[in-house]
Design a protein around this ligand. Sequence first.
Ligand code: ADP
Ligand code: MG
Length: 360
Amino acid sequence: MAIQEHAAAVLTAGVDAPDVRLVGVRKAYGDVVAVDGVDLEIASGEFFTLLGPSGSGKTTTLRLIAGFERPDEGRIELAGRDVTGRPPYLRNVNTVFQDYALFPHMTVAENVGYGLRVRGVARRDRRMRVDEILKVVQLPGLGDRKPIQLSGGQRQRVALARALVNHPQVLLLDEPLGALDLKLRQEMQIELKRIQRAVREVGITFVYVTHDQEEALTMSDRLAVFNDGRIEQIGTPAAVYERPENAFVAGFVGASNVIRRSGRTFTVRPEKIRMTNDGGTRRDDENGATGRIRDVVYAGMFTRYVVDLDDGGELVVVRQNLETSSTEALDARGRRVLLEWRPEHAIETKPKREEKHESS
Ligand code: ADP
Ligand code: MG
């Protein structure tokens, strides 16, 4: 961007502008429309997640925000400034990738301080900021190690520290915990949330990509559900989970559990369904249904039951194993049951939007 243009953009930038704004952004690779008209506003300091299945356009959206890609259409703003045509190094944005991309021959401190060194920050200042950020990610004293001497979780923290030390306005994270095993991933989710709260006061905004709905619900202030290059719903975890706007969101963020009643479609969350053995009289009204248990999945803390309904559909029911043993749970297979839920837990959803046919 030309200097004059840049100056003008700075002057017209709104004080209360969102940290990240996408307006009608579209990006195609040949015939594949990766991002198909995305509008998005992310507030300063927010933990915002792009959630969706593989191939839904999350990474491309992140790369567009970072400046690694240019949109075919639409506009990208950071703190109210149009950065659509600006290269990555002129955007105050840092990215953390899943594979960490640490320099193996450098120590932890050198890795973390690399960005500062490139920007010409003096050695003493650099050391201070590196030490400070290593404390934030809880790796104090490990500055002299090489990446190979660290565990997976520690390496992830170094990658995070290396991005945070630059005080980016926006931190972009693309499935950063994807390579970790489940237990470590869950620990790091909580850890990452703690770090985000710690740096929120300096105004760092987190934009996080994941295909894992539980991760998105655990960590986000708000999330956008992606499907096929478009956003299906934006909201808080509670809103998206409890009030999915359509069948895609209901199915992706939780079990699909769709019921049809007099031409309308509803979804009921598995934990909101009461299941009793009284499946004798056939029922398929707004607050209940009868059926037969087809499948039982014992998962330790809870059991998941798949019930074939008498009227044709199926519902997943989840029950805590409060008093049931695994044998009792598994014995329930084949049993007739009555399912009931409270009227307010049957959420009406719009049908899935039609699949795109055109590919241009
Ligand atoms: P996600 O991160 O949600 O898995 P991506 O944004 O990586 O999805 O990809 C969205 C779609 O764009 C996919 O169909 C993918 O194959 C395609 N795509 C992404 N990057 C490229 C590329 N560089 N060249 C061609 N197609 C691409
Ligand atoms: Mg991706």
